[in-house]
Design a protein around this ligand. Structure first.
Ligand SMILES: N[C@@H](CCC(=O)N[C@@H](CS)C(=O)NCC(=O)O)C(=O)O
Length: 210
């Protein structure tokens, strides 16, 4: 029996997990969920109630997206996404999931955070965009000339930040970041992980993924 994988199509954390599972070609059974109606089966495995969640054949549960990426790439890493500089790679993820994600949420849902303006929240997020832009001016990808887990873990979030106000993003002074994002959005890999599946609770159908 392959592992069971709870996912939600539009969640950037679930996207990064699907990217790693897809590139590693590790078969899992995907259960598409809705955040507003989470399956009891998932909550029983992982009471914190976030996606993605992976239940391995041996019963072990992995409930953090980066851990799922690492698990998948340990099964197979055909494009060498696991950079030799493991710590630096995970530092990018930590920074993304911390300060940047906080700014992203406030920018995206600015009406819920009236203390500051959307532009203020955007500027807070731009500190990270600038750091990435600097790195991408020095090397093709975040960890060097080779695409890695760091790029793939961050791309779904930068895509979300860009799409809050695409017009603004496209004229903002981040040419390397824009090219890096475009290459990802245009890729067959990204298209493949954005395929639509019926909700598992409704259909009771899990699908083989990738
Ligand atoms: N640290 C977790 C975060 C996962 C997360 O927050 N996922 C969101 C969806 S994008 C979620 O499930 N939120 C719970 C909810 O909205 O009820 C991870 O990396 O997997």
């Amino acid at each position: 029996m392959p592992a069971t994988f709870y996912s939600f199509r539009r969640c950037p954390y679930a996207m990064r997990a699907r990217l790693a599972i897809a590139i590693s070609q590790t078969p899992v059974l995907l259960r598409e969920i809705l955040l507003k109606n989470k399956p009891e089966e998932m909550l029983a495995l992982s009471p914190k109630g976030t996606v993605p969640v992976l239940k391995l054949e041996n019963g072990e549960v992995i409930e953090e997206s980066v851990e799922i990426m690492l698990w998948a790439l340990e099964q197979a890493d055909p494009q060498a996404w696991l950079s030799p500089n493991h710590n630096k790679m995970l530092q990018w993820v930590e920074e993304n999931d911390g300060q940047f994600k906080t700014a992203l949420d406030k920018y995206k849902y600015a009406v819920r955070f009236p203390e500051q303006s959307p532009e203020d929240y955007r500027q807070q997020g731009e500190l990270f965009l600038l750091k990435m832009e600097r790195q991408l001016s020095q090397s093709r990808y975040l960890m060097g000339e080779q695409l890695s887990l760091a790029d793939m873990a961050l791309l779904p979030f930068i895509r979300q930040f860009a799409s809050v106000d695409l017009q603004w993003f496209e004229q903002a002074p981040y040419p390397q970041l824009q090219a890096w994002l475009k290459q990802f959005i245009d890729s067959a890999l990204f298209r493949s992980i954005m395929q639509k599946y019926p909700t598992w609770l409704d259909s009771q159908q899990e699908v083989s993924f990738p």
